[in-house]
Design a binder for this molecule. Structure first.
Ligand SMILES: [Zn+2]
Length: 287
């Protein structure tokens, strides 16, 4: 009798111990799940940034390995770049009737206003920024505001110099320093690169690739020509250019007349049956 009582006591103690262990581990699990739920949205960017950093470290020895941040992989890729016209071809479809809008030399005078115009029209675009337009807190805030409105921020070099005129070290500074600066402001490194004057070197092309960016020039643009430096002329040519075609890559700038015509340009393109390509749907892995 005494022996079986002792046995019972041992069993009860073991059961209690087991229960309390379960209870603790359940509590821990549910706490960590809750934490995950609460912080998932907030931490997406930083944890992906960390992953990217790790990837970059892992890739240091083999610079040919290209991996995109996971955030970009979540969006279905619908277009690939065709360097023959620097435009975009739909993946798995014959025709898409879409064009890409890009705004270079931002954020100078009009970029935020242009972003607001595009946002109102629900028209996505890439804003290619320069370092010399990002060297004050006020200018950095403009880049952040444009990004927060949902627009892609691309690299257009630190000082808008012709890369062909620079040493390799200077070219590196022009490109990588701006990526660092952009990351500091918007929390992520750019996915797209466009050289000033469309002037690329073998070194800059390799470096852009190494930095995980897709290099692009453009299909057409006119706003730097004197004859198109007014609202009516730039609107007309951007909508009725003989170079307008499916997938065209449209180059515009942070300029007074382009900002004035932007709304009519988007409406005119839509009237002709073109939609705007969301940069996030561009496959940046095929370079
Ligand atoms: Zn430019």
């Amino acid at each position: 009798m005494k022996k079986s009582f002792q046995m019972l006591t041992v069993i009860v103690i073991m059961l209690l111990a087991a229960c309390s262990t379960d209870a603790n581990s359940n509590a821990e699990e549910s706490t960590s799940n809750k934490e995950k739920e609460v912080t998932a949205n907030e931490e997406t960017e930083s944890s992906e940034g960390d992953k990217e950093d790790n990837k970059e470290e892992n890739n240091k020895e083999d610079e040919n390995i290209e991996e995109e941040p996971e955030a970009k992989e979540k969006v279905e890729k619908k277009y690939t770049l065709n360097p023959a016209f620097w435009g975009f071809e739909p993946i798995g479809e014959a025709k898409s009737d879409a064009v890409l809008l890009t705004i270079d030399d931002a954020p100078d005078e009009h970029a935020v206003e242009m972003a607001k115009t595009l946002k109102e029209l629900d028209a996505p675009a890439i804003f290619f920024v320069n370092g010399h337009f990002m060297d004050t807190e006020e200018e950095k805030a403009k880049v952040k505001e444009i990004h927060d409105m949902g627009f892609e921020i691309g690299n257009h070099t630190m000082t808008h110099s012709d890369l062909k005129s620079l040493s390799e070290e200077k070219q590196r500074e022009e490109i990588v320093k701006l990526n660092d600066m952009i990351e500091e402001v918007i929390g992520e490194r750019p996915t797209f690169f466009r050289a000033p004057f469309g002037s690329n070197t073998d070194f800059s092309k390799a470096l852009v690739k190494e930095e995980g960016m897709l290099l692009m020039n453009w299909t057409y643009g006119y706003d730097w020509n004197k004859e198109y430096q007014n609202k009516a002329a730039i609107t007309d040519i951007m909508v009725n250019s003989p170079l307008l075609q499916d997938g065209a890559n449209l180059l515009m700038h942070d300029r007074d007349w382009t900002a004035a015509g932007l709304s009519d340009i988007v409406k005119g393109l839509r009237d002709k049956g073109y939609s705007m390509i969301d940069p996030e749907t561009i496959d940046t892995e095929l370079k």
